[in-house]
Design a protein around this ligand. Sequence first.
Ligand code: NAD
Length: 410
Amino acid sequence: MQNDAFANALAQFEIAEDLLELEENIAVQLKSPQKLLRVSVPVKMDDGRLRVFTGYRSQFNDARGPFKGGIRFHPEVNESEVMALSAWMTWKTAVVGLPLGGGKGGVIVNPAELSEGELERLSRGYIDAIYKLIGPEVDVPAPDVYTNPKIMGWMLDEYEKLVGRQQKSVITGKPLSIGGSQARGYSTAQGAVYVLDEAVNRIGLERGASVAIQGFGNAGAFMAKLLAKEGYKIIALSDSKGAIMDVGGLDVAQVAEHKKRSGSVAGFPGSRAIEDILSLETDILVPAALENSINEANAGLIRAKLIIELANGPVTPEADKILEEKNILVVPDILANAGGVAVSYFEQVQNSYNYYWSEAEVLAKLEETMKRSFEEAWAEKEKHKTSMRMGAYVLAVGRVAQAMRDRGRI
Ligand code: NAD
């Protein structure tokens, strides 16, 4: 199936499998999740009707540590997507050297159509359905698309009620008042900025380089703010309702204000509406929305010199080939957006100690993690004369495979 997320994840894995000459007994185990749960979540709606939502939790691999990965609330969630995201989480935690595995969850729902009360009942209901499968030493969820710290707070509360004790490290991305970490809110974007700085140096771009960002949600909006602060010129932004451009540079704080008021970046005063943000003349392109946005049909039109994958799976394997031929450097999702899970891990560590770090301490650890991982992935890219994606995959898959050998899972 074209643009089937899990098929794409497998295609990427198989290239790394060949580069690493991975033994068959390990490779076969890394082609499907260890466990896949599908649940029905009944929710009493405000009008008294009962609706049943479908949810998933995919536990891909736990050789290096507990499964770890977000929960997505989106109308297009499906089994293939959840499995792919859980595989990518496995490689992501490994590429940045965290002692964690990979998992992912999701519920098929458009949260914008729910009232606050309905959303809370759905969030608690999802935990009721999966709580026996998660835990600080088993599987640790976090936010993803259309879920946020408030939802994590409800989920934590529900889990603790069910198990009858405090267990803050069962979930990350929590509000600060109940065990969240400093910097977690913008950690994905901050981590991506650290690797972007490294990539910019490698290919000789300037600090003032132009940037276009697709998706202005949690990850994309923070990325825009942080890059603008660092002196990059944000020339285009988009969300699900439209795309805007200003070659002179957009005022990101004001765009955020405008979006708060109107619900979209579209119509920002002084900007020009554009049809397609991906094919713009820009130095750096940051896909920060959903999977498959850069595919066989549009990869040939891309003019950026550098792509930083803030979203998960935004470039299909077919598009990867085209971008490689065009000599465009792609910093892959499993590395570029790993800052979120890195700080999630720091959050868990702080919960276990019940002792909390300052924002500066968290950022110092994040910077070290991201820059070291970029260097290590780059070294693999050079060693195997391959793409940056495959450099990162070789590093990650190699680490997971070693943990499996050491556990005797062979
Ligand atoms: P979000 O829900 O906060 O934002 C998603 C954004 O994408 C919204 O602005 C939405 O309008 C926009 N969007 C949706 N469809 C679009 C389209 N067709 N064109 C342009 N924009 C579109 O979600 P998020 O947390 O920012 O996640 C975005 C991506 O980053 C996802 O792939 C997610 O898995 C990945 N990611 C997020 C985190 C995190 O910590 N938030 C961590 C790692 C990876």
